[in-house]
Design a protein around this ligand. Structure first.
Ligand code: 4AD
Ligand code: MG
Length: 477
């Protein structure tokens, strides 16, 4: 007899009779009905115990959270909402779970409470669905790039360069922190940090990916990245995963096409392959929405939103056009924007981004050609001398989900841009080499993986779409 998953058993026509299964008890009702889950599906399988056949002491140990091993017979179910159930012949308790102390009771828990119990929260329907979708999305991402001739590149985690030039890096030291030497002015001397070199955790694998694009043609990274920004928002983490494709001989328009095609592929992949989990989350969100005032309710369900993104072109709008739209709009009749866009050249705040996507265009938007002074040093300067070939993709309910650009491929212009913001050439000599030897137009982008998972699952806090969120107040696990 082969051990099977709940998912396999529930999709069986009863050709097999004798079955064996292991999982965790969700509930045990009337000393008779066990709802068993093993993580393979949102659904539980009902296991029916004839209590007269079993020891009372054993029955008492069938509690929520206990791990059990069952052998029995798969039969047609009399109950509603399930085709099959198991008539239990043998039952072994693999691991007890004390009902007095087990935190995950069979009732609704707040997400805050579950965050404090992140090690057990995937035993709930919502979190198991979210994490199965996270896994499926990772697979779809690799599949897309593999099917389209990209090579997967592992960028270093410990690095000497600040890819974004924004100074938001976590330092890495190989020394005992309390024994770091002090310099003449009494400050910690970081020059000894990593075996004698100053290093940090990577903020982005882009610069290294560029070196590989300029030899292998089409590459992508998919790994953890770190930002030491002290932002306590529902969209920022100190450790998040980023997908960064980089392609030689591709310009900004090609970059936009790639990003749109890629995002539509991964979304349709889960629409096709993860229907049960999406339907569960769709319903969860619908119930949550019912509690909100009418004006704040979304006019689309989760699945409708995913289909909408797939079926519509992402609207492409230049920064300059966007500023004009924002200047001439009020987010609602009475109020103006909290942060006003006074001048061309200021960065958009998230309220502006969300207005453009959710109120004005009502679809995903690709903003491009940003002012050079608000974007990173490596972006390709346009002929106007003021704007760069940057692009950000904004999604409804999320805001910025992708940031990318055509890269500056001209050695002299890149050197000038680095000098203007005091990046020493010695620090990025290898990056400059790419412009000395066989330089060419190339482009890429970074997709924030957790923001994608938020969009697909409808979860509203980024801490709820990554197993162990790292934020300024949270590194418990
Ligand atoms: O816009 P960002 O900073 O761009 C880069 O890092 C480029 N080097 C990418 C590239 O061109 N290869 O970050 C890219 C995306 C953002 O659009 C956002 O989705 C996500 O990464 N992101 C974060 N996600 C969670 N927490 C944070 N603190 C994030 N910072 C950026
Ligand atoms: Mg960005």
């Amino acid at each position: 007899m082969q051990s099977r998953t709940v998912s396999e058993l529930l999709s069986q026509d009863i050709v097999i009779k004798e079955v064996e299964i292991k999982g965790w008890v969700r509930t045990f009702r009337a000393n008779r009905f066990i709802a068993l889950n093993d993580g393979s599906t949102i659904n539980n399988i009902q296991c029916v115990v004839d209590f007269e056949k079993f020891d009372e002491a054993l029955l008492k140990r069938i509690t929520t959270g206990a791990a059990i091993h069952i052998k029995g017979e798969l039969v047609e179910s009399q109950g509603k909402g399930q085709n099959v159930e198991i008539q239990v012949n043998e039952l072994v308790i693999l691991g007890d779970s004390d009902p007095e102390t087990y935190p995950i009771q069979p009732k609704k828990h707040s997400f805050e409470f579950l965050r404090e119990n992140a090690h057990l929260r995937t035993r709930t329907n919502t979190f198991s669905a979210v994490m199965r979708l996270r896994s499926a999305l990772s697979f779809a991402i690799h599949k897309y790039f593999n099917d389209n001739g990209f090579y997967y590149m592992h960028a270093p985690i410990i690095t000497g360069s600040d890819a974004e030039g924004a100074g938001e890096m976590f330092k890495v030291t190989s020394l005992d922190f309390n024994k770091l030497p002090l310099d003449e002015s009494g400050k910690v001397d970081h020059s000894e940090d990593f075996f004698g070199k100053e290093t940090n955790l990577t903020v982005s694998g882009q610069l290294e990916a560029e070196t590989y694009a300029m030899s292998l043609g089409k590459v992508y990274t998919f790994g953890p990245t770190f930002r030491a920004e002290n932002s306590n928002t529902s969209r920022h983490l100190a450790e998040f995963w980023m997908i960064e494709p980089e392609v030689a001989f591709m310009d900004l328009a090609g970059n936009m096409d790639l990003a749109e095609d890629f995002m539509k592929f991964v979304i349709s992949y889960v629409l096709q392959n993860n229907r049960e989990d999406l339907e569960f989350l769709d319903k969860r969100l619908h119930d949550e929405e019912k509690g909100k005032p009418q004006a704040e309710r979304s006019d689309m369900t989760l699945i409708e939103k995913l289909n909408f993104v797939n079926d519509n072109h992402f609207k492409r709008v230049s920064y300059t056009e966007a500023i004009d739209i924002l200047r001439n709009s009020k987010p609602n009749k009475k109020k103006k924007f909290k942060y006003l866009i006074d001048e061309w050249g200021t960065d958009l705040q998230s309220e502006h981004e969300r207005f453009l996507v959710e109120k004005h265009f009502k679809c995903p938007v690709i903003l491009f050609d940003y002012p050079a002074n608000i974007k990173a040093f490596y972006m390709r300067l346009n002929d106007d001398g003021k704007t760069v070939r940057a692009m950000d993709i904004l999604f409804p309910g999320i805001g910025e989900i992708v940031g990318g650009a055509q890269r500056e491929e001209r050695l002299d212009v890149l050197k000038q841009k680095m000098a203007a913001i005091n990046i020493p050439e010695e620090e990025l000599w290898w990056y400059l080499d790419l412009r000395k030897y066989g330089t060419a137009v190339h482009s890429g982008f970074g997709l924030g993986f957790e923001r994608l998972v938020m969009f697909v699952t409808g979860m509203s806090n980024i801490r709820d779409v990554i197993p162990y969120p790292r934020t300024p107040q949270n590194a418990e696990f």
